[in-house]
Design a binder for this molecule. Structure first.
Ligand code: GLN
Length: 275
């Protein structure tokens, strides 16, 4: 029987990515990553080997690791993801950080996350701000089911999930903070038909010819849903900082800004409802 070490080396060679091979093997074994270091010499039985090579072949055919394992880490949370949800990305943690900077740790506050997908942003905020009342919306009932399971799994405070497009389910309500990671890729971007993106819901990725259709709607519609002084913050593409600030300015937001991610690319813009 082959040792774990050699199985992993072969899978790494096949996939060109050791991290992917490890995640798939740990998923088959249902073990945490720390387990690998103390079990490299273990011999793995045939069932494990067969199951592992089936997953390696799915990955080799292009399927994202997160959809194969049904899991992805975001912030301090391990989240369930399915093909109904976007796979949470590390750069989106910037949006969470900027949101937390605007929410006092011990004060009651209200937050809306538009197009929550797996619930990543809403649940990270709920984890860090236990006094926050968080509402998350999504147009996909399948995505909302995943987000609800993620909320239950982590037994996080006050998070409600509502079905509908962007702000539609929030009629008559106002918030201290509205956040969103909307779709923002240009509809003709060739990346949409390459790599992992092929497997993700296109409605969560692409948004019209300039990628700005949904951001335009959110900027326009969010203003009346903010308390005076409340913030709108949203993620966008590296080349959309100027355009999104112009949208925020002309919709009457104040303190309009763009923040850059760890790779120094424009990533999140926002503004405040005047007092
Ligand atoms: N950041 C993602 C990507 O470029 C897109 C996510 C989104 O459209 N919200 O792959």
């Amino acid at each position: 029987m082959p040792e774990l070490r050699s199985l992993l080396a072969a899978a790494t060679a096949r996939l060109g990515e050791r991290a992917d091979a490890e995640l798939l093997l740990l998923h088959v074994l249902q073990q945490p990553r720390s387990w690998l270091f103390t079990h490299a010499d273990d011999e793995l039985d045939t069932d494990v080997q067969t199951a592992f090579s089936a997953l390696v072949e799915r990955r080799a055919a292009g399927e994202p690791v997160a959809y194969i394992t049904g899991r992805r880490g975001f912030w301090s949370l391990e989240l369930e993801v399915t093909p109904a949800t976007l796979i949470p990305r590390p750069e989106t943690e910037l949006l969470v950080e900027l949101a937390l900077q605007r929410l006092l740790p011990d004060a009651a506050c209200s937050v809306a996350d538009l197009g929550t997908g797996s619930g990543a942003i809403a649940l990270a905020i709920a984890r860090e701000r236990p006094h926050a009342q968080v509402v998350a919306t999504d147009a996909s009932t399948d995505a909302l089911a995943v987000a609800r399971r993620n909320a239950q799994r982590h037994t996080l405070g006050d998070v409600a999930f509502l079905h509908g497009d962007w702000l539609a389910p929030l009629a008559g309500r106002q918030f201290d903070l509205i956040v969103s990671n909307p779709p923002y890729i240009e509809a003709a971007d060739p990346h949409l038909v390459q790599g992992d993106l092929r497997f993700e819901p296109v409605g969560a990725l692409a948004s019209g010819t300039e990628g700005l259709d949904d951001i335009r709607r959110i900027v326009r519609d969010a203003h009346v849903h903010l308390h005076p002084g409340g913030w709108l913050l949203f993620e966008h593409g590296w080349n959309q900082g100027d355009a999104t600030r112009a949208l925020l300015d002309s919709a009457g937001y104040t303190e309009v800004f763009t923040a850059q991610d760890l790779e120094h690319r424009d990533r999140v813009s926002g503004g405040r409802r005047g007092g």
